[in-house]
Design a protein around this ligand. Structure first.
Ligand SMILES: Nc1ncnc2c1ncn2[C@@H]1O[C@H](COP(=O)(O)OP(=O)(O)O)[C@@H](O)[C@H]1O
Ligand SMILES: [Mg+2]
Length: 340
């Protein structure tokens, strides 16, 4: 690795979604950080640089803090084109050691943001997102920014389909002809939403595709409400709740409390909603060759998603399926036509 900027652009699959920002790199690395940050400086001075946990970035003359902050929710409309998004993306690129490098990236937008109901592209929104990430975001520290020189945008769950149909073996990529010709459904269980995409004859079937406002953040919300009620608390930090869901235990006033039943109940409730909605959306799946579950929610709920359909499968490292597909799209679809 060298400190001087290199001319060779680094291809990055960049799944910059609402709950987590995930990247896939061509050396096989997969990295995820919470999409967590806020406007303003952190107000913390780090005694030891190595222990720094909040990082500051400036873009369009606004400073953002990213990292271990109780972040503003990224759920606001317009997040994909915001300065906060650019700061979080710059942070993950820095994390990946790409300071000073030129990056070529493909990122995503939720299916319902990318297409209108009738299948038309929302071109204005797509253009805005594409341009937004090309605006510079500069670390407020002694490191060079990573610069995004090329950026294309595809629908998030469709990225997982590219991951499924483009197979790589020993550095060689090929379109799998069997996978390409069969109808497949992708179910992407994310933070805020669960997205459905049905792909048939290499086209999106819009009637069976869409977004359900239900995801892992609903589990977090329910657990937060449960903790507040049980311990009579008025507010709870977002990071504390995230940890509580993950560890099924919450630390309050220096003592750990087991909350497994609360977490299990919340998960069960979401799973039942997802099951009912997936059935409604996909029927029994008889005409589909495969129903592929992806997204971080698939990891968290894997134990509950058994036997929904006889032809279901869980993608490898499901939380990274979109990021991997975006990288494949960049390397084998964009760059093939672009001769980069
Ligand atoms: N490796 C993991 N293990 C357990 N849960 C996870 C994992 N990765 C993500 N999750 C959970 O899945 C949720 C959705 O993750 P993800 O699909 O990355 O979100 P989004 O794409 O909507 O930003 C997260 O909020 C988290 O609760
Ligand atoms: Mg996602």
């Amino acid at each position: 690795m060298t400190d001087s900027p290199s001319m060779t652009p680094i291809p990055v699959g960049l799944d910059d979604d609402y709950a987590f920002t995930k990247i896939a790199l061509s050396d096989g690395r997969l990295i995820a950080i919470p999409s967590r940050g806020r406007i303003g400086r952190s107000g913390v001075t780090w005694v030891h640089q190595g222990q720094q946990r909040i990082f500051e970035y400036e873009t369009e003359e606004t400073v953002y803090s990213v990292g271990a902050v109780d972040g503003e929710a990224t759920h606001f409309e317009g997040y994909p084109m915001s300065g906060l998004n650019r700061a979080i993306v710059q942070h993950i690129l820095q994390d990946a050691g790409l300071a000073g490098r030129t990056v070529h990236a493909v990122s995503g937008l939720p299916v319902s943001t990318f297409y209108r109901k009738n299948g038309q592209l929302r071109q204005g929104t797509i253009d805005k997102k594409r341009d937004s990430l090309k605006i510079a975001a500069r670390p407020m520290a002694e490191t060079l920014p990573a610069g995004i020189a090329f950026h294309d945008v595809i629908p998030e769950a469709l990225a997982a389909w590219y991951d499924y149909v483009i197979t790589e073996k020993a550095g060689d990529a090929k379109l799998d002809p069997d996978r390409l010709s069969t109808p497949v459904a992708i179910v992407d269980i994310g933070g805020r939403t669960t997205d459905f995409v049905v792909v048939k004859d290499q086209g999106v079937v819009h009637a069976s595709s869409g977004s359900l406002q239900c995801g892992m953040l609903d589990v977090k919300q329910q657990v937060a409400n449960g903790i507040q009620e049980r311990f009579d608390l008025e507010t709870l930090g977002e990071q504390l709740v995230a940890q509580a869901v993950e560890k099924k235990s919450v630390r309050l006033y220096g003592r750990d409390h087991d909350i497994s039943s609360l977490v299990d109940c919340a998960k069960q409730e979401i799973v039942e909603r997802l099951h009912a909605e997936t059935r409604r959306q996909l029927g029994l799946g008889v005409e589909l060759d495969q129903i592929l579950f992806v997204g971080g929610g698939t990891v968290a709920l894997a134990g509950h998603i058994t036997n929904w359909f006889p032809n279901q499968a869980i993608a490898e490292h499901p939380a990274f399926a979109n990021a991997r597909g975006m990288l494949k799209y960049l390397r084998y679809v964009c760059e093939a036509s672009d001769a980069a």
